[in-house]
Design a protein around this ligand. Structure first.
Ligand SMILES: Nc1ncnc2c1ncn2[C@@H]1O[C@H](COP(=O)(O)OP(=O)(O)OP(=O)(O)O)[C@@H](O)[C@H]1O
Length: 255
């Protein structure tokens, strides 16, 4: 079954057409990179899919359900989560607490339950802390559980963002420029993390500028330009396309 279907989506900001009649589908368990020059509409399509902006026309469906009007919290509950270019971490909280606040809530875990069933509530909290700690181990931050998020290196912060997305239990994970600003070692760690998420069965949609990284991670590429979805295809096909290369780099070849 198709995981995500975007149909005829148009979004304008005043006179700017950020997305112009865009349609595409993403199959489950695939890694799709969203590429294109600055201002192409990459962040806008992320915002439409995750409910941060509403398109003027068109629809978004996830696992067969129309979510065009669903708010962003409902979309997280349905299994869609994202990271942000500017990370949006709680810098003054520990790495563990940053993950803890993203864990799916359990039914009955409300103040009244806490008052009348304190042992149950304490047990739930212990279980959640263990779950959050396990996610930190999974992203290679097991040694940073108690460190303040603000004290982590940039690469570690980006891995913490991945742990937070995983805490939601999302099946469709959108990563906004996960490798940007990373030095070689941290970049390889992030690429390996993306492969691990794919092995875990996640469907990944990733904004990525570096075509060499795209070739390492993508099954498929969506190429945006001035709000249009210009092409959808394999990384090799997109990179070999001279017209797309001219748009992206202003010359005949894609590097
Ligand atoms: N909130 C907004 N208000 C006004 N214009 C916006 C807004 N968000 C996006 N735009 C405009 O819509 C167009 C698409 O922007 P978008 O951020 O989606 O592009 P992008 O491909 O993510 O670019 P970049 O690679 O620079 O992040 C741009 O012209 C941008 O200036």
């Amino acid at each position: 079954m198709t995981n995500l279907t975007v149909s005829n989506v148009t979004k304008r900001f005043g006179g700017i057409v950020a997305l112009n009649d865009c349609s595409f589908s993403i199959d489950p368990r695939r890694t799709t990179c969203v590429v294109g020059p600055n201002g192409a509409g990459k962040t806008s399509i992320f915002n439409v899919i995750t409910g941060f902006i509403t398109p003027e026309t068109g629809t978004v469906a996830f696992q067969g359900r129309d979510i065009t009007r669903a708010n962003r919290h409902e979309r997280v509950r349905q299994g869609i989560a994202r990271t942000f270019q500017n990370l949006k971490l709680f810098e003054d909280l520990s790495a563990l607490d940053n993950v803890l606040v993203c864990l799916k809530d359990e039914a009955g875990n409300d103040p009244l339950t806490a008052m009348f069933r304190p042992f149950h509530t304490a047990a739930v909290l212990r279980r959640k802390k263990a779950e959050a700690a396990a996610l930190l181990v999974q992203v290679g931050l097991g040694h940073k559980t108690d460190a303040l998020a603000g004290s982590l290196s940039y690469g570690q912060k980006k891995l913490l963002c991945i742990a937070r997305v995983l805490a939601t239990g999302a099946e469709l994970v959108l990563l906004d420029e996960p490798t940007s600003g990373l030095a070689a070692g941290a970049l390889d760690t992030m690429v390996e993390m993306i492969h691990a998420l794919k092995r875990q069965g996640k469907t990944l949609l990733i904004v990525e500028h570096n075509t060499q990284i795209v070739q390492r991670i993508a099954d498929e590429v969506l190429f945006f330009h001035r709000g249009h979805l210009m092409a959808q295809g394999t990384p090799d096909a997109i990179i070999a396309d001279e017209e797309l290369g001219r748009i992206y780099f202003g010359k005949g070849e894609v590097h």
